[in-house]
Design a protein around this ligand. Structure first.
Ligand SMILES: *Cc1c(COP(=O)(O)O)cnc(C)c1O
Length: 381
């Protein structure tokens, strides 16, 4: 079991100047990499650290993933790749999912980044760059197997296979695609995309194949090919709703109680006075709001915080800097301005918060702002 976030503020943890603390367990992230790597057998387990490692800090997360065995990393943008380069070994590969915008090809080479070529235009740009530098240059080629988002179409692949000169100077290391419905294992689109990848790759240069992100890994070995690209699962999100989540939680989000008050029957709470007390209540105002990335709809669908074993329902609307919860059941001795309550923690996962807000864990994680005090737990799993 990796170091789980601590139940109470520990030395150096309490940050009296901050409204909330985001605790990130690097040990749990490393343990999740190990779990996914073991599950995918001989396939290479890469690590997706785009969007600042899903909001958790790529500068801290990527070196830990490398230590856990990751040698291949994926980001979305060139700038993310350039930033990441400084934090991992030169021997690690970095693929840039969106590929080169025209004119940026030189920067890929300068920073030792591999583009994912998504279109004939990007292939032409990379080919011209290879000609200019006088040597073949490595890249991945993405094919569109059904999601209609990125990659060469069937017609593009036919054109390329009929005109091998279109590949001159392109050292194809990886042919990849992406699943649209991997979180619903019974969906027939999964097998259709898998078969289409095989068929399209057969018409391109021989290279490693890759299809699956986090959820695809759990569709089984038939979906692993030569390389898998998990992101969300590294950070503890559930691969699908059909099975218990085998991954370790990696974050805890604790908000400070700023003020406690008693209200009477008929009193209302928050903007729009949308919640009204039916009897006397003790309520607490927390120093966390939507400007911190805590989604405004988090109060809908039974949103709550936890203080130990006490469930604290969110009352009324979430404000920019604050959220109000019901603490009527909590013993008075537990409530003071130094008390922190869990917005995300052992009793409430990122996926639970997302469910209340009508969204997905990905959006909750990546929305968590930079306003929190961040505490990284570095203890090995
Ligand atoms: C974001 C992304 C991933 C990682 O997806 P998760 O569902 O977070 O594991 C993998 N591949 C591609 C192409 C992506 O865009």
């Amino acid at each position: 079991m990796p170091d789980l976030p601590s139940p109470t503020p520990t030395a150096g943890w309490s940050a009296p100047g901050a409204g909330a603390i985001l605790e990130i367990s690097l040990g749990a992230i490393a343990a999740n990499f190990g779990l996914l790597n073991a599950r995918t057998g001989t396939a290479t387990c890469a690590a997706v650290v785009k969007a600042d490692a899903y909001g958790l800090g790529a500068d801290r997360v990527a070196p830990v993933l490398e230590q856990a065995g990751a040698k291949v990393f994926f980001v979305a943008h060139l700038e993310e790749g350039i930033r990441l380069r400084a934090h991992i070994s030169p021997t690690c590969r970095i693929f840039v999912l969106h590929g080169p915008m025209p004119g940026t090809e030189g920067e890929f080479s300068a920073h030792d980044l591999l583009p994912v070529l998504n279109s004939l235009e990007q292939m032409a740009g990379w080919r011209a760059h290879a000609v200019a530098v006088g040597t073949p240059l490595p890249a991945a080629i993405q094919v569109d197997t059904g999601m209609s988002r990125f990659g060469l179409s069937e017609a593009d692949v036919a054109l390329v296979s009929g005109n091998p000169a279109l590949l001159d100077g392109i050292d194809t290391r990886l042919v990849m695609s992406h699943l649209a419905c991997a979180d619903t294992p019974a969906n027939p689109a999964n097998a259709m995309q898998r078969d289409r990848l095989r068929a399209m790759a057969a018409r391109l240069p021989d290279a490693d194949l890759a299809l699956s992100a986090s959820s695809g890994i759990f569709l089984g070995p038939d979906y692993h090919f030569d390389l898998v690209r998990p992101g969300a699962a590294l950070y503890g999100l559930a691969p699908n709703a059909d099975m218990p989540n085998p991954l370790h939680p990696t974050v805890r989000l604790c908000a400070r109680i700023v003020q406690v008050r008693t209200i009477a029957a008929g009193d209302a709470v928050g903007y729009g006075l949308t919640w009204r007390a039916s009897g006397p209540r003790r309520i607490a105002t927390l120093g966390i709001g939507y400007a911190d990335g805590f989604l405004r709809h988090g109060a809908d669908g039974g949103g709550c915080a936890w203080l130990g074993d006490y469930r604290l329902p969110i009352l009324g609307r979430i404000s920019m800097d604050s959220t109000t919860v019901d603490v009527s059941d909590v013993p008075e001795t537990m409530l003071d301005a130094a008390t922190h309550v869990d917005m995300i923690g052992p009793r409430r996962s990122v996926d639970d918060v997302a469910h209340s807000a009508g969204t997905i864990g990905y959006e909750v994680l990546t929305a968590l702002g930079s306003r929190f005090h961040r505490a990284y737990l570095t203890q090995a799993a």
